[in-house]
Design a protein around this ligand. Structure first.
Ligand code: CIZ
Ligand code: SF4
Length: 319
């Protein structure tokens, strides 16, 4: 803890001296999230992170999250420097959707409107008509469906299937998944519900359908945090990354939150309810973020221009 305090003080000083602001995702370590808040940065979902970074006056954005979040920030604010504690922090959805294969897939279905989730590389976004986050996926697909458009959805098949089911749209799915959410198990949640019968079940739609079906509320990180605040329940079972408990507990100190069970719950499961890539954001690599030359985000200008179009559509859609 003493060393932790010293590192935090060092980082605070650095942010001021370097005209930098720290934006952190809800899934990062609580230490990183609290530091972002204490220093006037923000803690939020990927869309809000990018928007906050764009609108903040600091000349350098430090993005504590995973690589696609840094890329999105860079695309929205090309004139700012974007650094990350480590570029090793990636995402199974991003890895599972290589741009060249994805582009070939899209070429096979020229009659479909290409909608991609924010958890993708800049190159995949550049191939898309729309980018969406989980908080607006339903609204955007519903809007496109009503215009008579058929959808090609990538990369998360669970979120895609959920969107398809809710909207009734014609949706062709890419086969990707989040290694964290895919591990939640319906049986485990049912067992937990017998222990805590008053608990409301909050589920992120990257989870399998059997888990989504048990939910009282299905939603993006911000929507689940909102549900924790507004539902009258005092107890919750939460199927998303445990990092979110920091914000839920902060906003609802008197309520109790239980992490939804996973197949391999226990010490042996590195990704169970805890994204291993988000966990790569630590005080140590944050403290020396300016001293390395392997952690700045660059996006090819032409690619950024292409990726900006579907991102702009998303930002204009959700004012
Ligand atoms: O699962 C993720 O990585 C999420 C929920 C990202 C985001 O904030 O949209
Ligand atoms: Fe990707 Fe899942 Fe980690 Fe989010 S939690 S960054 S979707 S692997």
């Amino acid at each position: 803890p003493e060393q932790e305090q010293a590192l935090k003080a060092q980082i605070k000083q650095m942010l001021i001296e370097r005209d930098a602001v720290l934006v952190a995702h809800y899934y990062t370590d609580p230490i990183i999230q609290s530091l972002a808040e204490e220093t006037g940065g923000c803690v939020s979902d990927s869309l809000e992170m990018a928007r906050f970074g764009r609108d903040h006056p600091a000349s350098t954005l430090i993005v504590a999250g995973v690589k696609f979040m840094g890329e999105t920030a860079k695309i929205l604010t090309p004139h700012k420097r974007v650094l990350m504690p480590t570029l090793e922090a990636t995402c199974s959805l991003d890895i599972g959707c290589p741009a060249d294969e994805f582009s070939d897939f899209c070429d096979q279905y020229p009659d479909r409107t290409v909608v991609v989730y924010a958890n993708t590389s800049a190159a995949v976004k550049a191939r898309a008509d729309w980018v969406v986050t989980s908080s607006i996926a339903l609204d955007v697909v519903d809007y496109l469906d009503k215009k008579g458009e058929k959808i090609l959805w990538a990369p998360d098949k669970h979120l895609g299937a959920y969107v398809q089911k809710q909207t009734g749209a014609d949706v062709l799915l890419w086969d990707g998944a989040c290694i964290v959410h895919e591990e939640f198990k319906a049986q485990g949640i049912e067992d937990l519900k017998t222990l805590y019968p008053e608990a409301a079940v909050l589920v992120h739609p990257e989870s399998p359908q059997s888990v989504v079906e048990l939910a009282d509320v299905v939603g993006s990180t911000s929507q689940l945090i909102n549900a924790a605040q507004t539902l009258p329940n005092q107890e919750f079972i939460v199927a998303t990354d445990q990092g979110i408990f920091f914000k839920m507990q902060q906003l609802c100190p008197e309520k109790t939150f239980h992490v939804a069970p996973t197949a391999g719950s226990g010490a042996s499961c590195r990704s169970c309810a805890n994204c291993p890539w988000m966990a790569l954001n630590e005080l140590e690599n944050l403290a020396n973020v300016f001293e390395r030359d392997d952690n700045e985000i660059f996006v090819d200008a032409e690619l950024a221009k292409q990726a900006m179009k579907p991102l702009d559509r998303m930002l204009a859609f959700k004012k």
